[in-house]
Ligand binder design. Structure first.
Ligand code: GLU
Length: 491
């Protein structure tokens, strides 16, 4: 039987880091086994689900490069892939459970159930359904059904233990009594999560359910439904939670991508803040998965080589935004100009769109060492794109230093008189000027860099000169030379 896994988000919010990691583990597992990665939208909670959220989740998955083989967008042999479009299936399955006595109509209203729950908890009893509609005399049940009284359909739980052989957690025992009779179909005709998920896992021939540990407690309900429907259960792998630094579950109390105490949980926040998908994926995979060696960054290709569920740990892992930032910077520092142009397309300043592609890529390679996130791109590109780049304080000091103005003026003249403009020509002009004026090192380079870029750091000078071109170099050097601030220093 070929492997089939699914990622089953509820479109009630944004894709968060935990969801992204679950999707990635499923994607890796499917790709490793030549199987299918199915995307199923669990949107039966009509009030909390929205199209905007579904679209947001799809966009984030696409950005992460976790394309599904079957799903609402691509279709497939087991569709439709939105639960709201599969209601007839759930109703049919619920009816067959009722017909065989595995489920029964329950007429108890929400407020009565709530009150009984409260009393049970107060008395120290488990807050389970008390079974009164299960025990109802057949005649009364028939009469109330015939009268059209609203009712849900409740699963009649057998008093027996269930043991789950979880691929991450090993054997997990659910003793009889931990689960009370649970609703499979609400009085409004909509299925509950546990019922719809179990029905769909069977109907979609899912072989492995890889999901967050918070669903472990749901699993016995899903096993019961599958068993009652005569379906074979998939294998389950429950992956541990992602935690904040204080070991609380990462949830909505988000600060921002870089806030160490309350890092953002939404994937989109990281995307908008200039993180690259590969950095997020590597960091998330290593929360829980241990490669068994010292590697701190794992590419998709490397994870496809080494990922196994057996090496996913059982305890929660703390998400460290500083680590993510470090991984992100590392990937940016080693990226090609082409990759940077692709990754940064949304964040590149509009003016960069006018640059010839090759020029943009060379500049990106020149500045990559200064990038922590792609959001740094506009600032790093400013010296190239701005007509007159703003001068940072340290650069202003370099321009004000003794002789800086003269140096810039002299270099401008040298560059103007070069027979042919080239990077080599620029370097030799600068060097010979250094020799003649007795300047070297920082003293020589800093004022020139400051004049050309308004900064004291950045890509290597010959590259800067090359990309700016003779005209702009000369104009910027002349401007620096004639600025009264520089005259004062040079005087
Ligand atoms: N819709 C559930 C969620 O978003 C899916 C749980 C599962 O994978 O079974 O948490």
């Amino acid at each position: 039987m070929s492997v089939r896994v699914r990622f089953a988000p509820s479109p009630t919010g944004w894709l968060h880091l935990g969801g992204a990691r679950t999707a990635y583990f499923n994607w890796l597992f499917a790709r490793q086994h030549g199987g299918a990665f199915v995307l199923r939208i669990e949107d039966t909670d009509v009030e909390r689900s929205s199209d905007a959220s579904e679209q947001g989740v799809l966009d984030d998955l696409a950005w992460l490069g976790l394309e599904a083989d079957e799903g609402p967008a691509q279709g497939g042999p087991h569709g439709p892939y939105r639960q709201s479009e599969r209601l007839a299936l759930y109703r049919g399955k619920a009816e067959s459970l009722r017909a065989q006595g595995a489920a029964y109509p329950c007429f108890c209203g929400d407020s009565a159930l709530e009150e009984r729950r409260r009393l049970a908890l107060a008395a120290g009893r488990p807050p389970h359904y008390d079974g009164r509609c299960r025990l109802m005399a057949p005649a009364e049940r028939a009469a109330r059904l015939a009268a059209g009284e609203p009712h849900s359909l409740r699963f009649a739980v057998d008093p027996r233990d269930w043991v789950l052989e979880d691929l991450v957690r090993g054997a997990v025992r659910f003793p009889a009594g931990v689960v009370g009779d649970f609703v499979v179909l609400r009085s409004n005709g909509l299925p509950t999560y546990n019922f719809a998920a179990a029905v769909d896992d069977a109907a979609m021939e899912i072989t492995h359910v890889i999901r967050a540990e918070e669903h472990l407690a749901n699993t016995p309900r899903q096993l019961m439904v599958l068993d009652a429907l005569g379906e074979r259960a998939p294998r389950y792998a429950h992956v541990p939670l992602i935690l904040n630094r204080d070991r609380t579950k990462m949830s909505k109390r988000e600060g921002g991508p870089a806030d160490p105490d309350a890092p953002a949980v939404a994937v989109g926040e990281y995307r908008r803040a200039g993180y690259v998908a590969e950095a997020l994926l590597s960091t998330l995979a290593l929360l829980g998965f241990h490669p068994g060696d010292e590697r701190e960054i794992l590419t998709r290709a490397e994870l496809l080589e080494c990922f196994t569920l057996e090496r996913v740990g059982r305890s929660g892992s703390v998400f460290d935004p500083d680590r993510l930032r470090w991984v992100n910077a590392h990937l940016l520092h080693h990226a090609s100009g082409r990759e940077l142009a692709r990754w940064g397309a949304d964040l590149l300043p509009r003016a960069a769109g006018g640059l010839p592609r090759a020029e943009l890529e060379r500049w990106l390679e020149g500045v990559r060492g200064n990038l922590a996130t792609l959001a740094d791109l506009p600032g790093e590109l400013a010296p190239l794109l701005a007509e007159a780049p703003a001068v940072e304080p340290e650069a202003a000091r370099a321009l004000e230093s003794a002789g800086a103005g003269e140096l810039c003026g002299a270099l401008a003249s040298e560059l103007e008189s070069l027979a042919e403009w080239s990077r080599e020509g620029f370097i030799s002009a600068l060097r010979s000027l250094g020799q003649r004026s007795g300047r070297g090192g920082r003293e020589l380079y800093q004022p020139v860099r400051a004049a050309l870029t308004g900064r004291t750091h950045g890509p290597e000078l010959p590259l800067v000169a090359d990309l700016l071109g003779r005209e702009r170099c000369v104009a910027r050097l002349r401007r620096a030379a004639s600025d009264p601030r520089n005259q004062g220093g040079a005087g």
